[in-house]
Write a protein that binds this ligand. Structure first.
Ligand code: HPA
Length: 277
């Protein structure tokens, strides 16, 4: 299906605006390890992705496919539970559709969360890593395609991840009594995990963590002028670094083990963000 003829982000944003009069400027996309924050969210309204024109239905188990309007502490937020991944077979236009919708809605700041494998020797499973930068090895770019009127064709990614928002994440980490790691997230298309040889190669490239999401959304968000922050839950050590074979079960197990920390981090981030704006 060609998204551009079936739906556009403006139409999706118009649908969202009818759901609730709440107009948050912060949106949070939940990846594995972060869904528990929903227990902290005072929900005003929610809408299933199936009811938002153009939103794909996520297929990964445990990813609900719902968008929430609500408050974390005093801060109004939109929370997206579930995202479209490139490895599911979606075109990049689809993968980034929610990001474009958020911008059309009026979101100015985007917090992306994900599960990732750790390459950095100092990382342990269950750590959280603030993204300082990324390496896109997904094999394509989400901005490939016809130029979009009014948006830059060649997008600067020198500071893809906003310094101020990174600082808020570190402050939120302190409040949550978490020692946050930081580093470079390398994105692959997946869905197979990497080989040990690939992980050795990625380490020489400067990657600290590897995952299968976030980068398309971050790039699209930068084209749209949104400020972006991102944080990974290091659910496992990457292939060959860990002695054990990798499994989705391990990813989910770690995510479950540290879910309260992930929730606290996001809640405190939202609280600090609310004091800024
Ligand atoms: N590799 C890629 N994606 C991931 C991993 C990994 O080791 N863990 C969680 N998501």
């Amino acid at each position: 299906m060609n998204v551009s003829t079936k739906a556009n982000p403006q139409a999706a944003a118009a649908r969202l605006k009818k759901v609730s009069p709440l107009r948050p400027t912060l949106a949070i996309v939940l990846g594995s390890g972060f869904h528990h924050v929903l227990t902290e969210l005072r929900v005003t309204k929610k809408i299933s992705y199936a009811q938002i024109p153009g939103f794909p239905k996520p297929t990964v188990s445990g990813h609900a496919g719902e968008l929430f309007f609500g408050h974390l502490g005093k801060t109004p937020v939109l929370v997206l539970s579930g995202r479209a991944h490139f490895y599911e077979g979606h075109e990049m236009e689809r993968v980034t559709f929610a990001t474009r919708t958020l911008a059309a809605f009026g979101i100015t700041d985007l917090l992306l969360t994900n599960a990732a494998g750790g390459l950095n020797k100092k990382f342990k499973a269950g750590d959280f890593m603030v993204l300082t930068d990324h390496i896109n090895l997904m094999g394509t770019n989400p901005l490939r395609g016809p130029a979009i009127a009014g948006l830059p064709r060649f997008v600067d990614l020198t500071e893809a991840y906003d310094k101020k928002l990174q600082e808020l994440l570190f402050q939120a980490g302190k409040i949550s009594k978490l020692k946050l790691q930081q580093g470079v997230y390398l994105a692959v298309s997946g869905p197979s995990y990497e080989t040990p040889a690939e992980i050795r190669a990625f380490a020489t490239l400067g990657a600290d963590a590897v995952g299968m999401s976030t980068v398309p959304e971050a790039i699209a968000a930068r084209q749209l002028g949104l400020r972006v922050a991102a944080v990974s839950c290091i659910t496992n050590l990457a292939a060959g670094i860990s002695k054990a074979n990798l499994s989705h079960a391990e990813v989910l197990e770690t995510a479950e083990r540290v879910k309260k920390s992930g929730a606290a981090l996001i809640k405190n981030f939202a609280g600090l963000y609310g004091k800024q704006v």
